[in-house]
Design a protein around this ligand. Structure first.
Ligand SMILES: [Zn+2]
Length: 386
């Protein structure tokens, strides 16, 4: 393979290292083989890219999404479409996700075998799809109305069978639905009995899966925190006391603010930023309590920067937003090869207009991308690699 060199005015290689002026990234077969200042570059026989972005930064991680649907929208109707239609839409969503600067997604529930099939598609087309970790199929009780979870668990026997089914599919995560959607009924009403929820968490951890729980708050959140789940999704009605215990026990909150803001914006026409700020209140309280927070789009495709703005409105500095959505999110979701532009990582770099450590809005429009094959995937202008 030919080594490809990409120069940049400012290389922001990770959330920890100081940005490097006149930086260089050398990519070989989708991997970063060197990154650092041009002045220290060893004599690599590389082909230089004609593209020289103002800033190169690692791609973002979306910690909560689905590819079989888009939100806000009629999820059940979307899933009634023929498989080919769902797959075609998913490929379009994948492309929108990548072009918005996201290089890795954690899929938190797709019906049937779709999650495995999306992961296969991503492996076949690493330029057009983000890297994927997934929970396979989600788990819910029969009375819960959830579009993206189709393993039904009402008894202890169901729980054993359900967790076994997810584990045998090779899933990295187990996804449980512990409270209803915030749009349906009481959002903190527990969906499972306390003992069944505890059993599911125990079985999931015994099967070496990490556990993500859709949970807005209430008694189910107490069980999740006590039993040591890895991430709580949404968490809109978590109490300050619960947030404090999450901070103490290292339970991560995956914030999904944009979905509610866009839905209300479409209905009422209220300004999106004002809505993001209002709906970011639980995240603001989580930040104050010291909870680890990482952002998830929950299937708003191609507009991940909304979640970054929500974090900033919740009190995170631009540097903290960058840290939580790259290195920390990669670590928690399980992307060992993403989250920074260090040597040995997968080459997923994003070209930006200016320094993301100073300004979150640079993510609103990325100027170009380096994909894992060393190719540039331009955002707008067609730029061919060397
Ligand atoms: Zn979701």
């Amino acid at each position: 393979m030919t080594l490809v060199g990409i120069g940049t005015d400012l290389l922001v290689s990770s959330a920890i290292d100081e940005p490097i002026e006149d930086g260089v990234l050398i990519v070989d077969d989708g991997r970063i083989v060197w990154s650092g200042p041009l002045s220290e570059l060893p004599g690599f026989p590389c082909v230089w890219s004609s593209w020289h972005p103002p800033v190169l930064a690692p791609a973002l991680i979306d910690a909560h999404t689905h590819l079989s649907i888009e939100t806000p929208g009629r999820e059940f109707e979307q899933l009634e479409a023929p498989d080919a239609v769902i797959a075609t839409r998913a490929a379009r969503f994948a492309s929108e996700i990548v072009r918005s600067g996201v290089g890795g997604v954690r899929l938190l529930g797709e019906p049937g075998d779709l999650s495995t099939q999306f992961a296969d598609a991503a492996e076949h087309d690493p330029h057009g799809w983000p890297s994927i970790v997934s929970c396979g199929r989600g788990i819910r009780p029969s009375h819960a109305i959830v579009s993206v979870a189709d393993i039904v668990v009402d008894t202890e026997d169901d729980a054993r069978r359900g967790v076994e089914l997810v584990a045998s599919s090779g899933a990295d995560w187990l996804k449980l639905h512990a409270t209803p959607s915030s749009l349906r009924g009481d959002p903190i009403e527990p969906l499972f009995s306390a003992s069944l929820l505890r059993l599911l968490i125990e079985l999931g951890h015994d099967a070496k899966m990490r556990i993500a729980v859709h949970c807005h708050g209430g008694p189910a959140a107490d069980i999740c925190i006590d039993a040591g789940v890895d991430t709580i999704e949404h968490g809109r009605f978590l109490s300050d006391e619960q947030l404090k215990r999450m901070a103490d026990s290292g339970t991560t909150l995956v914030s999904t603010v944009g979905i509610g803001a866009i839905a209300r914006h479409r209905q009422s026409g209220e300004p999106l930023l004002a809505l993001l700020s209002e709906l970011a209140e639980p995240v603001r309280r989580a930040k104050r309590a010291g909870v680890q927070v990482i952002p998830g789009s929950d299937a708003i495709h191609g507009r991940f920067s909304l979640e970054l703005h929500a974090l900033e409105l919740a009190g995170f500095t631009p540097k903290e937003v960058f840290t939580q959505s790259t290195r920390v999110a990669a670590d928690i979701c399980g992307f060992a090869s993403l989250g920074s532009l260090e040597i040995g990582k997968v080459a997923r770099a994003v070209g930006l207009r200016s320094n993301p450590l100073d300004d979150v809005s640079v993510w609103d429009r990325v100027v170009g991308l380096v994909g894992p094959g060393g190719l540039l995937i331009p955002h707008s202008d067609a730029v061919a690699m060397a």
